[in-house]
Write a protein that binds this ligand. Sequence first.
Ligand code: DQA
Length: 143
Amino acid sequence: NLIYILNGPNLNLLGKREPAIYGSDTLADVEAMCAEVGHGFGLAVQLLQSNYEGQLVDWIHEAREDAGGIIINPGAYTHTSVAILDALNAFEGPVLEVHISNVHKRESFRHHSYVSLRADGVIAGFGVEGYALAMRRMGSLLG
Ligand code: DQA
């Protein structure tokens, strides 16, 4: 079983961007950590990142054929994208939403998430460890 780990805009800069908020680990580190957790549950991972909303929508459509579950950090599209919500509503497996920072401790425009209307679980403020915790949960749900 394959898990897609989708990442939205600016997360390509993870490790370099605002390290006081997002830490020093990179997306490559996140992928390695998630692959290791997945291995214990017989789950493979594919980590993808795009700065483009439509690309994220296309990958969610591909997940309908390819993936058993989706872990998604939509970045700023979390707070704006009905299109990503609609795409996730067309996906049947588990969806887990991850935010590296605690969005509820930040500006009020980060307090609302369209994606949370679909997500089966939400993790925020655990740093990049949140991705590994989401993988453990995928293991409970699908492993
Ligand atoms: C984020 C939080 C969002 O508000 C922000 O726009 C991001 C990253 C997080 O992982 O904490 O790009 O999703």
